[in-house]
Design a protein around this ligand. Structure first.
Ligand code: TA6
Length: 300
């Protein structure tokens, strides 16, 4: 559908508006009493969420590509049907194909109380089938209110079982990576990146002095990002996820990333609800079955 058709079907004056970026990415802007938000149809990717009177909760790289062939750097990339590198074929795109595809608009509605709910959908395509041989239906739902709620529901539409991993790879906008702390992870076991030596976080809070890429297993609780510079705490809760990934690339890795400035790492931290380990928490779906991964994010 063109932007004009989308605006005709779903647009609401001063509240819901579709526009297209120079490089052909369609974005829907939502404005309501609680917040403003922008969601790209490329990747079903929320790129900003600004609660009234606040700075953006989501971080966006000033060098991010906004073009159909590339993933957006910042916001909440949806990783599906695998998280990280593909298990057996490293030529396949990191974090799967969902963040590289144009999603369709299913519906945009006003919920009781005045929040706005945007539902986007993705099904198999020649591109997805060339990478992953299964038919599926994925629905990404964004509820824009005082709280941001994001849900990814995947249904197996094939006649064979399949398994997948996924993540809501959230980039939080922070004042200074050296000053923030994350609580909610004390005594949890984690793997550092791909090192399969299991460690336990003994510190009450996680602080950052170097590149960090922790995958906390069997973590079902909340994370609270305490940000003294922005004088706010952000709470992130989740459902349908057994792993929480916490990532900051620090300076050396930032410099290797073409879509981030070398000091970009200073103003974000990723805390990501995920299902990410073969043998531990891959999601198995029988034909017709569905699974939902969700997160709720708010200032507390
Ligand atoms: O969630 C952490 C991670 O998997 C890191 O290993 C790092 O590669 C990051 O995601 C970003 O991945 P991307 O493919 O978006 O560059």
């Amino acid at each position: 559908m063109t932007d004009q058709q989308l605006n005709k079907q779903f647009g609401v004056a001063d509240k819901i508006y579709f526009y297209r970026t120079e490089l052909d990415i369609t974005v829907v802007s939502i404005i309501n009493q609680y917040a403003t938000a922008n969601i790209s149809l490329h990747g079903a990717h929320i790129i900003s969420f600004v609660p009234a009177g606040q700075k953006d909760i989501l971080w966006m790289s000033e060098k991010s590509a906004f073009e159909p062939a590339k993933a957006i750097r910042g916001g909440i990339p949806i990783c599906f049907p695998w998280f990280g590198p593909h298990l057996t074929d490293k030529t396949k795109p990191q974090h799967g194909f969902a963040r590289l595809q144009q999603w369709d608009v299913l519906d945009i509605t006003e919920a009781p109380g005045g929040s706005t709910v945007v539902s986007l959908s993705l099904r198999e395509s020649p591109f997805s089938l060339s990478l992953w041989p299964h038919t599926f239906k994925a629905i990404a739902e964004f509820k824009i209110g005082k709280i941001l709620e994001v849900k990814l529901t995947v249904t197996n539409t094939s006649d064979q079982p399949f398994e997948y991993s996924d993540a809501l790879h959230t980039y939080f906008n922070i004042s200074d990576i050296s000053a923030i702390k994350i609580s909610g992870l004390a005594n949890c076991s984690y793997y550092e990146a791909f090192d399969m030596d299991l460690k336990t976080q003994e510190d009450e809070v996680l602080s950052f002095k170097t590149e960090t890429n922790r995958r906390y297993i069997d973590h079902y609780g909340e994370c609270i990002i305490e940000d003294p510079g922005f004088k706010r705490n952000i709470r992130s809760t989740k459902t349908g996820s057994k792993v929480t990934v916490v990532w900051n690339p620090w300076e050396a890795t930032s410099k290797t990333m073409g879509d981030m400035t070398s000091d970009g790492y200073k103003t974000f931290v990723c805390a990501e609800p995920a299902n990410a380990y073969p043998g531990i928490d891959m999601i198995q779906l029988a034909p017709g079955a569905s699974h939902t991964l969700s997160t709720s994010i708010e200032i507390v």
